[in-house]
Design a protein around this ligand. Structure first.
Ligand code: NAD
Length: 360
């Protein structure tokens, strides 16, 4: 085990601020630099987390020889080019979800990490929530028996991230809520189900509100100070996918940024097993009483609510990334997991476009 601290750079100052906050809590990590085009935000986060150096363009951060590892917290279309450049520069890489805009880009990143023998990890922070980890241990104890059906959702009533920004560009984001939010709960469901191989996907997508400029969290967003460009709305605002898994189980996946519904900003999974069921329901990012267990006790249907202490998913992701580089522990969630999620989502978008089931 190395006694040196891992010297890190964070590229992007949106969710990148959460990466900085997490590295700042890990004694084995030393924050060297943050990069971003939005000067105000970069300066603000640099001051808050006492970051010694700032850059605008990511290329300058990657050229710094005193940086061992980077977090890539940039628009989805930049994940692949920046990860490839970082790996080529000898850096270890943590990429925000989704691993890439699509599976082809994701595969290129995975190959490059192997070629350069660097750690590559994807930040599915929700997987490291304490309720998800608790459910995984419960399932692994055999309590659910055989899980044969699952539902996963992330639904918002009003929550298109930023109208006019990269989030609504097909070329830059890769898609709408399915690749933005659906990827989180797809990851949770596949993790909890033990990574069954996805066989086929049948999906539909809709864009009811975005094209009318409705149900956004604002216009243009945080880059507005240096660009007046407003990108047209090209992605879905609701997607639903039915996924057939090896072994016969199926998964219903729903994701939306905008609906007329009772949803607020809610995500969860439900697993139906031969011996028991479990539901995780997270409303507005709560950590309290999110899990319910279903079974029969003495022949009577019984619900239980385990009191699971709150955790911090991003902190756990970053702790694991630092440990993976310094100590060679497994980089989980792995880049291969990220690639598999991109493959399912690509198949969902193709299925919706072609109006038929797609075999993966
Ligand atoms: N896990 C989570 O909870 C979570 C939450 C939000 C976003 N994300 C993911 O993080 C990524 C970023 O999302 P965001 O909401 O922070 O986006 P954002 O638009 O708020 O921030 C993007 C950042 O990238 C920087 N950037 C863009 N081009 C650059 C360049 N050429 N050089 C240097 N910096 C550049 C911008 O200046 C900005 O600081 C996305 O992939 C998104 O899916 C994850």
């Amino acid at each position: 085990m190395s006694s040196e601290r891992l010297r890190v750079g964070v590229i992007g100052a949106g969710v990148g601020a959460i990466h900085l906050a997490s590295y700042a809590q890990i004694p084995e990590a030393e924050i060297i630099a943050v990069a971003g085009l939005d000067d105000d935000r970069v300066m603000r986060v640099a001051a808050e987390y006492k970051v010694p150096r700032t850059y605008r363009e990511y290329e300058h951060l990657l050229a710094a020889p005193d940086i061992d590892a980077v977090s890539i917290c940039m628009p989805n279309h930049l994940h692949a080019p920046v990860a490839l450049a970082a790996l080529a520069a000898g850096k270890h890489v943590l990429v925000e979800k989704p691993l890439a805009r699509d599976a082809a880009d994701a595969a290129r990143i995975v190959d490059a990490a192997k070629g350069h023998d660097r750690v590559l990890m994807v930040s599915f922070d929700k997987r490291h929530r304490s309720d998800v980890i608790w459910i995984k241990q419960y399932i692994d104890s055999g309590a659910l028996g055989r899980v044969y059906y699952a539902k996963a959702h992330w639904m918002r009533r009003t929550g298109i991230p930023r109208l006019g920004s990269w989030f609504v560009s097909k070329q830059q984001a890769g898609g709408g809520p399915m690749v933005d939010l659906g990827v989180h709960v797809l990851d949770i469901a596949m993790f909890l189900m033990g990574e069954p191989r996805p066989l086929a996907v049948s999906a539909s997508t809709y864009a009811e509100f975005g094209p009318r400029g409705q149900k956004g969290w604002g216009w243009g967003g945080r880059l507005a100070q240096f660009t007046d460009e407003r990108l047209p709305y090209e992605v879905e605002d609701l997607a639903s996918a039915f996924i057939r898994l090896e072994g016969g189980a199926t998964l219903l996946l729903e994701a939306s940024w905008a609906t007329h519904s009772a949803a607020s900003d809610d995500f969860g999974v439900t697993l139906y097993g031969s011996e028991g069921g479990v539901e995780m329901m997270v409303r507005n990012y709560t950590n309290v009483d999110t899990v319910r267990l279903f079974g029969d006790i003495n022949g009577v249907p019984t619900d239980l609510t385990p009191k699971i202490p709150a955790g911090n998913g991003h902190l756990e992701v970053i702790r694991r990334f630092v440990a993976a580089v310094r100590e060679g522990t497994p980089a989980i969630p792995s880049a291969e997991d990220g690639l598999r999620r991109n493959q399912v989502i690509d198949a969902a978008y193709r299925s919706a476009a072609e109006g038929r089931e797609i075999v993966i």
